[in-house]
Design a protein around this ligand. Structure first.
Ligand SMILES: NC(=O)c1ccc[n+]([C@@H]2O[C@H](COP(=O)([O-])OP(=O)(O)OC[C@H]3O[C@@H](n4cnc5c(N)ncnc54)[C@H](O)[C@@H]3O)[C@@H](O)[C@H]2O)c1
Length: 364
C-alpha cells in the first residue's frame, strides 16, 4: 500500500478538518490546495504545512495529484468535479453530490468512461456511532427492521450563518442541506429506497437575517422549508423523514429504527460518535451500548481514506458516487412527489455500503 497524494479545491470553512485528515489516516497526504481565492488557499497551505497553493488549473495539471477533494460551494460541485475527472483524477465531493440530477449523471458517466472513481460526503456513517448501529442491526438486535424515523427540525440558519441566503434557494433548504446525513445513514443501515411520497411547503416567502453582518436584510425564499416525506425501503421497512427550518421548539429524536424485537436510538447522523441506545424484548429497558468501532470524534476524511484503500485494492468504496446519487435523487423525489401529488418510484438504486470491520484502519 502507498500513500495517495491528494489535492483540495476549495479552502473555505470545512477545509480545515480535511487538512487535518492525514494525521488520522496515514494513507493520505495533501500535495496541493487551490481556490478561486488564491490568498485563501495560500493561508490554509501555510497553516497546515502543505507544500503547494495554486490555481485550480495548476492543481489539475499536476501529475502527482491522484485524487481531488472538492470542497467548493454546492453550485460548483458538479462543474469542478467534471474538470477533475477530465484531468484524469478521482474526485471526492462534499455533499450534495451536485444540485441537479443531470449534472450528477454526467459525472457518473464520465467517471465510468475514464475508469475513475467518485466519492462523496457525508462520511459520518463510517463513524463509530453509526457503524455500531449497523452492526447491531446486522446481528439481529432489533429483529427484522420494520420502520424508521428521521427528524431534522429547527428555526433555520439565518440566526447564525453570516451569509444565509443560499439556504433558501434551489439545491438547499432543509432537505438538501441536512437530508444527506439522515438519508445516507438510513441507506447504510437499511439499503436503498424503492419509492417515496411527501408534502412540502414554503412557510414564509421572506425571512429576515438576524446574524451579522447582514442583520435586517430580507431573504426571498424559493425552496420548501417544511418537507414531510415517506419512503419505502426496498428491503421492506417504511421510513418517515421531516426536515424543516420552521420549527421553534421540537424534541423529536434525530433518528430511530424500529424492528420486530426492539428499537434502536441512533446518534445525530451529523456526528461520528454516540450515544447509541437500544431497547429490545430480551432486555426491555433502554441501554446505552458501548461503541464497537473507532473514529467517534470528528473524522471527516474517513470516506476518502476508505476510497484510497479501495482504489488500491480493487474493492468498492463505501462513500460512493452511486450512494450519493441515490441520496440526491431521493431529495429531489420528495419535492417532486409533493408538487405532483403522487408517489415517485425511484429509477436508480445503489448497493448498501459494506459495514466497516471494527478496528479498521486504512493500510498505508
Ligand atoms: N462548513 C461546514 O460546516 C460544512 C459542513 C459539512 C459540509 N459542508 C459542505 O462543504 C462545502 C464547502 O462549505 P464551506 O462551509 O467550506 O464553504 P465556504 O464558502 O467557506 O468555502 C467554499 C470555498 O470554495 C471556493 N470556491 C467556490 N467556487 C470555486 C471554484 N469554482 N473553484 C475553486 N474554488 C471555489 C470559495 O472561494 C471558498 O473558499 C459545501 O458544499 C458545504 O455544503 C460544509
Amino acid at each position: 500500500m502507498k500513500q495517495a497524494t491528494i489535492g483540495i479545491i476549495g479552502t473555505g470553512n470545512i477545509s480545515s478538518i480535511y487538512l487535518e485528515a492525514p494525521q488520522k489516516f496515514p494513507n493520505l497526504t495533501i500535495g496541493a490546495v487551490a481556490d478561486i481565492d488564491l490568498a485563501r488557499a495560500q493561508a490554509q497551505a501555510t497553516k497546515y504545512g502543505v507544500a503547494k497553493a495554486c490555481t485550480v488549473a495548476d492543481l489539475l495539471a499536476d501529475p502527482a495529484i491522484e485524487l481531488v477533494i472538492n470542497l467548493t460551494v454546492p453550485a460548483a460541485h458538479a462543474p469542478v468535479a467534471l474538470q477533475v475527472l477530465e484531468a484524469g483524477k478521482h474526485v471526492y465531493n462534499e455533499k450534495p453530490l451536485a444540485i441537479e440530477r443531470e449534472d450528477a449523471q454526467r459525472m457518473l458517466a464520465l467517471a465510468a468512461e475514464k475508469g475513475l472513481r467518485i466519492g462523496c460526503a457525508p462520511d459520518t456513517f463510517l463513524g463509530g456511532g453509526l457503524q455500531t448501529c449497523i452492526k447491531l442491526i446486522e446481528e439481529g438486535a432489533i429483529g427484522t427492521p420494520v420502520g424508521a424515523t428521521a427528524f431534522m427540525m429547527y428555526s433555520g440558519p439565518e440566526s447564525w450563518h453570516p451569509n444565509p441566503d443560499f439556504f433558501y434557494q434551489r439545491g438547499a433548504g432543509p432537505m438538501f442541506d441536512m437530508g444527506p446525513y439522515y438519508l445516507t445513514a438510513l441507506i447504510a443501515a437499511l439499503g436503498p429506497v424503492r419509492r417515496v411520497t411527501a408534502s412540502a411547503r414554503i412557510t414564509r416567502a421572506e425571512r429576515m437575517i438576524t446574524s451579522q453582518p447582514q442583520h435586517g436584510t430580507m431573504i426571498n425564499v424559493t425552496t420548501p422549508t417544511f418537507i414531510s416525506g415517506v419512503m419505502d425501503f426496498a428491503s421492506g421497512p417504511v421510513g418517515t423523514i421531516i426536515t424543516s427550518f420552521d420549527i421553534h421548539h421540537g424534541g423529536l429524536p434525530n433518528l430511530q429504527i424500529y424492528g420486530t424485537e426492539g428499537t434502536l436510538m441512533l446518534p445525530d447522523p451529523n456526528t461520528f460518535g454516540g450515544p447509541v441506545r437500544l431497547w429490545n424484548t430480551a432486555t426491555p429497558e433502554v441501554r446505552e451500548i458501548e461503541l464497537s468501532h473507532e473514529y467517534s470524534d470528528n473524522s471527516r476524511g474517513i470516506g476518502v481514506a476508505d476510497m484510497v484503500e479501495a482504489i488500491q485494492t480493487g474493492r468498492p468504496h463505501r462513500a460512493s458516487g452511486e450512494l450519493a446519487y441515490h441520496v440526491l435523487d431521493l431529495m429531489h423525489a420528495f419535492h417532486d412527489a409533493s408538487r405532483e401529488d403522487r408517489h415517485v418510484t425511484m429509477q436508480w438504486s445503489c448497493a448498501r455500503p459494506a459495514a466497516l470491520p471494527s478496528g479498521w484502519v486504512p493500510e498505508a
